[in-house]
Write a protein that binds this ligand. Structure first.
Ligand SMILES: NC(=O)C1=CN([C@@H]2O[C@H](COP(=O)(O)OP(=O)(O)OC[C@H]3O[C@@H](n4cnc5c(N)ncnc54)[C@H](O)[C@@H]3O)[C@@H](O)[C@H]2O)C=CC1
Ligand SMILES: O=C(O)C1=N[C@H](C(=O)O)C[C@H](O)C1
Length: 250
């Protein structure tokens, strides 16, 4: 049995992870911690993998603490910058165990992971590309971690193909053109009734391709979370890995 501790266990995602770990035949819940609990309770003696779903402002500190305690971590919390990722890599280099692993996924839903992958395939064929993410109004960050990651992937694919900037004649912008991530405009919608959705728009003269992923329920993230937990528990993923596509045969 893989022993799993959950950090952020009372949250929307954390509580689903607790249920998923309890329901799976090969995982068992070790500790379920939330704000105010002592993270030092999670050690290799009681936990094989910790799952972290909290808020962007505390996730780095939690991951660094867990790594220092010798625990492998699966992270779903968003808000990862290059600076923060560098700190995780540094912590792993100084970790108690040589084979320690941290896995971060911008999105655990297969629909979103595939949409992201298809977008990187399509990117080089289109002059224009924009990303729209649509979420529940209780989400604290914008744009979504997924949309940020998608935009970065599109930008990298465009660079590799030698494409220039996307065409855009905008001269005045009060913010309506969205956040520009690596040259790709990203727009965020917050609407009661939504869960997690992303639309990736590609355009050429006279044609358009739209790739859309819809996660209607948080259960959609759980197979991906359990896959990551199992992969880390099995070993062979030392260091920092980003993106569920690494664990799928795409
Ligand atoms: N990677 C993915 O597939 C997904 C990622 N997310 C991300 O996961 C994160 C959490 O989302 P939700 O569950 O909707 O948020 P939420 O607000 O419902 O839950 C966050 C939980 O973290 C707890 N928390 C806050 N500070 C803490 C600390 N220092 N130590 C332990 N627990 C602490 C809160 O009390 C709360 O229970 C967000 O960054 C969100 O964007 C959400 C859905 C899917
Ligand atoms: O907060 C959410 O709900 C989600 N957060 C992640 C993100 O920011 O990309 C993943 C998914 O979109 C749901």
């Amino acid at each position: 049995m893989v022993r799993v501790s959950v950090v952020g266990a009372k949250g929307r995602m954390g509580s689903h992870v607790v249920d998923a770990v309890n329901a799976a035949e090969d995982t068992q819940l070790a500790l379920a911690l939330d704000a105010g609990d002592d993270l030092a309770a999670i050690t290799p003696d009681n936990t094989d993998v910790a799952v972290e779903f909290t808020v962007p402002s505390v996730a780095l500190g939690n991951v660094l603490a867990l790594v220092a305690q010798g625990v492998d971590v699966v992270v779903g919390t968003t808000g990862w910058t290059e600076e923060k990722l560098a700190k995780v890599r540094e912590a792993l280099a100084a970790a108690p165990r040589a084979d320690q692993a941290v896995f971060i996924a911008p999105n655990f839903a297969i629909s979103a992971v595939l949409a992201d992958h298809f977008a990187t395939v399509a990117a080089r064929y289109f002059e224009s590309a924009e990303v729209i993410e649509l979420h529940h109004p209780t989400k604290v960050d914008a744009p979504s971690g997924t949309a940020f990651h998608t935009a970065q992937g599109i930008a990298a694919a465009r660079r590799a193909a030698g494409l220039g900037p996307v065409p855009d004649a905008t001269e005045t912008d009060g913010g309506s053109r969205g956040q520009v991530v690596d040259g790709i405009h990203v727009h965020a919608v917050r609407l009661r009734g939504l869960n997690a959705h992303e639309e990736i728009l590609f355009g050429n003269a006279g044609e358009q391709l739209t790739i859309r992923a819809d996660s209607f329920d948080r259960t959609s993230f759980m197979p991906g979370v359990l896959l990551a937990v199992r992969k880390l528990a099995a070993g062979g993923h030392a260091g920092l890995t980003i993106g569920l596509d690494h664990f799928l045969d795409l």
